[in-house]
Write a protein that binds this ligand. Structure first.
Ligand SMILES: [Mg+2]
Length: 371
């Protein structure tokens, strides 16, 4: 089968922000300028669910709009995959401009379900983007050059949640395993690593890990590397002797750390104390490598089933809707909470032609919407 292939760049250009909120298009205002304008503290990086995130995004959108037309920005659209964070972002953007959102997570085994709540359509099929468009038409929601679509990238534009998102997760786990393996060399125990990771990756530990994969990576490494015994960690958590990641890293700093783990401990502890939400840089760089390695890696002979299981692909339904809207004059802007270090090549890889994720070539898979 001949797969269609493409990049997000064909749709977005460099109208993209990764987690740092630094626009990839150099013509757009940078962090220093926007933060000063909005009066935000310099070291503060708003996350999706927080109100200032919407203010920053709107400021960038207005600048992007001004680059292409003198028409004002009058309304928004939003497509994402996470019920909590994306819905909160939609709600805070909605305080500034009219907005309609679509949030999907595919559940192929369940009956199709589409519901609208507070200006957001929730669906368990990506195909329901066709229903989203019908809804916009019925509401006479204008789709023109005064409209901007905010498109979530991670697990929406590529690696569709519930359909292909497990490959994004497996890239991260592979990066984590490589980080631990390279640090521990011959002493790496894969089974022990999996036991610790699978236990602590559960929602009941989010109060401890903040569901932050950098924190989780560091914790796994310290436990598997022998700096903190697993049974002691679990009992300290159960007894409330350890509550937060800050408690844990401070406890590690006060213990003898095996010498092969010392450089990583120093790297993470130093960034963490500066308030960096992505303190484990070397792990995130490996995540970038593992992620691009899963994009368009298989030949055309591979079946769709195999491609969906092993590669990160563009979500056909999302791309088709975006192409349609772009044809109507809608501004399309990509945003994602994915850390910059996991999305952009470091200088030595950039020199060898490695692309930022929005410029990486991927296969396009999904159901045609027939627009
Ligand atoms: Mg997402």
């Amino acid at each position: 089968m001949r797969y269609e292939r493409g990049t997000l760049h064909e749709l977005l250009g460099d109208f993209v922000v990764y987690r740092s909120l630094a626009p990839q298009d150099a013509r757009l205002p940078g962090q220093a300028e926007i933060w000063a304008e909005l009066g935000l503290p310099k070291s503060y990086l708003p996350r999706k669910a927080e109100a200032p995130y919407a203010q920053v995004i709107l400021r960038i959108l207005q600048a992007a709009q001004a680059l292409r037309t003198r028409a004002p920005l009058s309304r928004l659209l939003y497509i994402g995959d996470t019920k909590r964070n994306d819905a909160l972002t939609i709600a805070s953007l909605g305080k500034h401009l009219p907005i309609r959102g679509f949030i999907a997570a595919e559940a192929a085994g369940e009956p199709e379900k589409v519901e609208i709540q507070g200006g957001v359509m929730y669906a368990n099929r990506w195909e329901a983007l066709a229903d989203f468009l019908d809804w916009l038409h019925k509401e006479r929601y204008p789709l023109d050059d005064e409209t901007a679509l905010l498109l979530d990238l991670d697990k929406t534009a590529f690696g569709a949640r519930g359909r292909n998102s497990q490959v994004i997760d497996s890239a991260r786990v592979a990066a984590l395993r490589r980080t631990v393996e390279e640090a521990l060399g011959g002493a790496f125990d894969e089974q022990a690593f999996r036991t610790v990771y699978d236990e602590l990756n559960q929602e009941k530990y989010h109060g401890f890990t903040y569901d932050n994969q950098d924190f989780l990576a560091y914790i796994c490494l310290m436990v598997v590397g022998g700096a903190y015994e697993f049974s002691k960690l679990l009992s300290d958590l159960a007894a409330g002797r350890l509550r937060t990641f800050a408690d844990f890293i401070a406890a590690c700093a006060g213990r003898p750390i095996p010498k092969e783990l010392a450089p990583i401990h120093q790297e993470v502890y130093a960034s963490f104390r500066q308030g960096d939400p992505t303190p484990f840089k070397s792990f995130r760089r490996r995540e970038y490598e593992e992620t691009v390695a899963r994009m368009d890696s298989l030949p055309d002979e591979a079946t769709e089933e195999v491609v969906l299981a092993e590669e990160i692909v563009l979500t056909r339904e999302v791309i088709e809707l975006c192409r349609y809207l772009k044809g109507k004059g809608v501004l399309i802007f990509g945003l994602t909470d994915k850390p910059d270090e996991a999305s952009l090549p470091p200088p030595e890889l950039r020199a060898r032609g490695y692309p930022p994720l929005h410029r990486a070539r991927m296969k396009l898979l999904g159901t045609p919407l027939g627009l």
